[in-house]
Write a protein that binds this ligand. Structure first.
Ligand code: AMP
Ligand code: FES
Ligand code: ZN
Length: 309
C-alpha cells in the first residue's frame, strides 16, 4: 500500500477518505484537516486566547498538540471529577503532557473546589446516572473557568464519532432544542459564556488515535468506568457497523446535517435564557442546570441527615 501524497510506504489506511498515508504525510494531513475545519467554520483566529478542555484522553490531547503547533495561544483546562483511580490517572497524563510541552495548565478539582462535590457524590445523592450529572458539572466548570481566566474561546476534543452518536440520539428522540444547538461553533450568547468550538468534529476517533500514537502522546486508554452501559456507546456501536458496511457514512451524516438540516433547526424560535439567580449563568428557570443540581444535592443531604436512624 502506497501513500497517496508521496508514494512512499503507507502506514495507515483511511477507508472513509479512500486514502492511505505514510507517517509524516498523515500528520500533515491530520493537521490540515483540523485547520480547515477551524477556518471553514470561522472558529477562532490567531491572537485569540484559547482554553482547551483536556480530559487526558487521546482526542483532547491530540487537539491541544495540534493547536499549540499551529501557533495558537493555548492553555489547558483539566477538571478533576473525583472518579477514583480513573481521575487520578487522567490528571497525571494531562500534567505530564503540559510539562513536556511547556504549556500552561489550569486545574479545577471538584472535590476540593466547587462546593466539594465530585461526580460520584452528586450522582449518588441525586440518584442520577453519573454521566448525566457529570455532563452538567463539566459544562458549568468549563464556562466558569473560561470566564474567570478571560479566555475568548473554549475548545473541546469532541470528535466525529462523538458528534455522530450525539446526532443519532438527538434524531431518534427528535430533540429539537439540542438539534438547534448541535454546531461545531457556538457563539457567546450570554455575558457569562465564551465561544465554544469543536475543531475535531470531522475527525474520526480512529484518526485521533493514530495521530496520538504517531506523535508519541501518552494518554488514558481506558474509558471512564461510568461509561459502561451508556446509551452513547450503543449509538457508537451501531454507527461503527454502518461505517464498516459503508465507509464514509459517519462523515456524511454529520457533515450533511451541518450543511443542510441544522440551519432549519436553528431558525426555529427558541426561548432566550435569563440569568441564574444564584450564579449568574444562563438559565431557563430561576436557577441554571448546575445550581438546580447542587440545590437537589443539598436538599437530599439535609433530608438524609434529618431522617431517623
Ligand atoms: P467526553 O464528554 O468524555 O466525551 O469528553 C468530551 C470532551 O470534553 C473531551 O474531548 C475534552 O475536551 C472535554 N473533557 C472531558 N472530560 C474532561 C475533564 N475531566 N477535564 C477537562 N476536559 C474534559
Ligand atoms: Fe463523566 Fe465518566 S467522564 S461520568
Ligand atoms: Zn447557576
Amino acid at each position: 500500500m502506497k501513500c497517496v501524497r508521496c508514494r512512499g510506504r503507507a502506514e495507515v489506511q483511511l477507508r472513509a477518505h479512500n486514502a492511505a498515508y505514510c507517517r509524516p504525510c498523515f500528520v500533515f494531513v491530520f493537521r490540515r484537516q483540523v485547520e480547515r475545519a477551524i477556518d471553514s467554520e470561522a472558529m477562532f483566529s490567531h491572537g485569540e486566547r484559547l482554553l482547551i478542555a483536556v480530559s487526558g484522553g487521546k482526542d483532547s490531547l491530540a487537539l491541544w498538540d495540534v493547536l499549540a503547533d499551529l501557533g495558537h495561544d493555548t492553555t489547558g483546562l483539566y477538571v478533576g471529577l473525583g472518579i477514583g483511580a480513573y481521575s487520578e490517572l487522567s490528571h497525571a497524563k494531562v500534567v505530564a503532557f503540559a510539562e513536556r510541552r511547556g504549556l500552561p495548565l489550569r486545574v479545577v478539582m471538584l472535590d476540593e473546589h466547587a462546593d466539594g462535590l465530585g461526580v460520584p457524590t452528586v450522582a449518588g445523592r441525586t440518584r442520577r446516572p453519573p454521566c448525566s450529572a457529570c455532563g452538567t458539572m463539566k459544562r458549568h466548570w468549563f464556562d466558569a473557568a473560561a470566564i474567570e481566566g478571560g479566555f475568548d474561546v473554549l475548545a473541546t476534543g469532541h470528535n466525529l464519532d462523538d458528534e455522530a452518536a450525539r446526532l443519532l440520539g438527538n434524531v431518534i428522540h427528535w430533540e429539537m432544542d439540542h438539534l438547534a444547538r448541535q454546531r461545531p461553533v457556538l457563539a457567546a450568547t450570554h455575558p457569562r459564556f465564551v465561544r465554544k468550538v469543536k475543531p475535531l468534529f470531522l475527525t474520526s476517533e480512529y484518526e485521533t488515535a493514530v495521530y496520538a500514537f504517531m506523535r508519541g502522546i501518552d494518554y488514558v486508554v481506558d474509558e471512564c468506568p461510568n461509561a459502561a452501559g451508556a446509551t452513547q456507546l450503543v449509538y457508537k456501536d451501531v454507527l461503527n457497523r454502518l461505517e464498516a458496511a459503508s465507509p464514509g457514512s459517519k462523515l456524511a451524516f454529520v457533515k450533511e446535517f451541518q450543511r443542510t438540516a441544522q440551519p432549519a433547526f436553528a431558525a426555529a424560535p427558541r426561548d432566550t435564557p435569563h440569568d441564574c439567580e444564584r450564579c449568574g449563568m444562563p438559565a431557563y428557570g430561576t436557577l441554571c442546570a448546575y445550581c438546580r443540581l447542587v440545590d437537589e444535592v443539598e436538599r437530599k443531604t439535609a433530608a438524609h441527615a434529618g431522617a431517623p436512624a
